[in-house]
Design a protein around this ligand. Structure first.
Ligand code: NAD
Length: 440
């Protein structure tokens, strides 16, 4: 079964992902004097909910799926974060993703906390009706923990706007109100925001351009490799191509394609027409006029190409201590969540690679999700241009602040992003009073 708009891929099992996220936070503590209270509060998620979700299957049997929702921290606003449907979902991964959401929202200064959800399921093995029942059942089981003022889910890996439409419908049936602000990433016809589908890529594009200025990279001769050709990777590759960057490699889960001035739209057309919906057809006769212009490489080779900018836009933990030494890019733009391990980070830093961290580089998605929530609550919808203008303002201001802190404290952009977020989170946490305050 294939659900339109959901592309399937294997996510590496990430049992130590939460430790990786915590290690990034520990690094920030070295450069920001967080109070004991702040450290204690951020040590663990605020709430972890595990649910057994019963779903009647089409053959009459009952299957019980394991689902999670984690609220990492809600001091700055309701929890915000996607719901992932994937066979490899596990609690440690959901906790890591929820921690990143907390720091992402604080780094770009939007008034939301961090959360994340997931269900252990392979959606390819469900029929469309089973998928709808599972989506609705997730809301039935977790209803008490979500809501426009508590926790606002959104799509993530293997969930899409159709799944969000089912989920918000289920929520609204239970409360017997039209509460569209409960979920973001909805179809525009059901309260979604214009511009949401391109938001992650556009946010990354804005910060990438700012970073090019600081690093002296000229778009006219910059070579770019993009891993992952989904919502985020494809749109970003297209924006960069249209802006004159030289796209020299793109990839999906099945193959990677190397070339010169690759037109992402041409590859996308071939992929859409391909018998297995992959870009493998670039190498088959009949799909492209001149397929000598493309060379087949592996995803690992793509990461190690001699490029100016490398954009991991697919999976977690693809840049590790095993390949970090071989990365030749001058700049890495983390569109995927958690593509670089803490060990690899150290190697990249030594090699002077400028890393635009995920909590900044992919924050365009949650920023426009925030706009969707605001529009739902106002009942007043903005034009696409308005969405982009506001996104640019927020994300460029975040870049400037983080870059300034990184220069001032002589730390890398990831640690600087955590420091900026930590400053805001700790101000909110400590506003209730610290030990020093209560002692006096
Ligand atoms: P998607 O499902 O639309 O696309 C993922 C792409 O990655 C697909 O093209 C898939 O073929 C490819 N892929 C899978 N395995 C691969 C592999 N081994 N090597 C190379 N490519 C592979 O997903 P998306 O929404 O574009 O998200 C991609 C990443 O960006 C994820 O890490 C996600 O968490 C992150 N992200 C996305 C958004 C968003 O709004 N879409 C926001 C923030 C972060």
């Amino acid at each position: 079964m294939h659900v339109a708009g959901i592309s399937y891929f294997k996510v590496i099992i990430t049992t130590d992902l939460f430790q990786n996220a915590k290690a990034q936070l520990e690094e920030a503590y070295k450069h920001f004097p967080a109070s004991k209270e702040t450290k204690a509060v951020l040590e663990n998620p605020q709430k972890v909910i595990q649910a057994s979700i019963p779903v009647r299957m089409d053959d009459g049997s009952l299957k019980v799926f394991q689902g999670y929702r984690v609220h990492y921290n809600t001091t700055r606003g309701p929890a915000k974060g996607g719901i992932r449907f994937h066979p490899d979902v596990n609690l440690e991964e959901v906790k890591a993703l929820a921690l990143w959401m907390t720091f992402k929202c604080a780094a770009v200064d939007i008034p939301l906390g961090g959360g994340k959800g997931g269900v252990i399921v392979d959606p390819r093995k469900l029929t469309t009706r089973e998928l709808e029942r599972l989506s609705r059942a997730y809301i039935d089981e977790l209803f008490d923990f979500i809501g426009p003022d508590k926790d606002i889910p959104a799509p993530d890996v293997y969930t899409n706007e159709k799944v969000m439409a089912w989920m918000v419908d289920e929520y609204n049936k239970i409360v017997r109100h039209q509460h569209y602000g409960t979920i973001t990433g909805k179809p525009v016809s059901r309260g979604g925001s214009l511009g949401r589908n391109k938001a992650t890529a556009l946010g990354a594009y804005y910060v990438l351009k700012k970073a090019c200025e600081t690093q002296g990279i000229n778009p006219g001769n910059a070579r770019v490799a993009v891993q992952g050709f989904g919502n985020a990777g494809y749109h970003l590759a297209k924006m960069l191509y249209d802006d004159g960057f030289n796209i020299v490699a793109v990839s999906d889960s099945r193959t990677a394609v190397k070339g010169d001035h690759i037109n992402p739209d041409e590859v996308m057309e071939i992929k859409a027409a391909c018998h297995n919906k992959s870009m493998e057809c670039v190498f088959e006769d009949g799909y492209v006029k001149d397929n000598t212009k493309y060379q087949k490489i592996t995803n690992d080779e793509l990461l190690e190409l001699d490029v100016d900018i490398l954009i991991p836009a697919a999976l977690e933990k693809v840049i590790t201590e095993d390949n970090a030494e071989k990365i030749k890019a001058k700049m890495v733009v983390e569109v995927a969540n958690g593509p670089t391990t803490i060990e690899a980070d150290k190697v990249l830093e030594k090699k002077n690679v400028f890393v635009l961290p995920d909590i900044l580089a992919n924050s365009g998605g949650v920023t426009v999700s925030y706009f969707e929530w605001v529009q739902n609550r106002q009942g007043y919808y903005w034009e696409e241009e308005e969405v982009y203008k506001r996104l640019k303002k927020i994300i460029e201001a975040a870049f400037d602040k983080i870059y300034h802190v990184s220069k001032e404290k002589k730390i890398n952009m990831r640690t600087a992003a955590y420091v900026v977020a930590l400053e805001r989170l700790s101000a909110a946490i400590d506003s209730h009073g610290t030990e020093e305050y209560f002692k006096n």
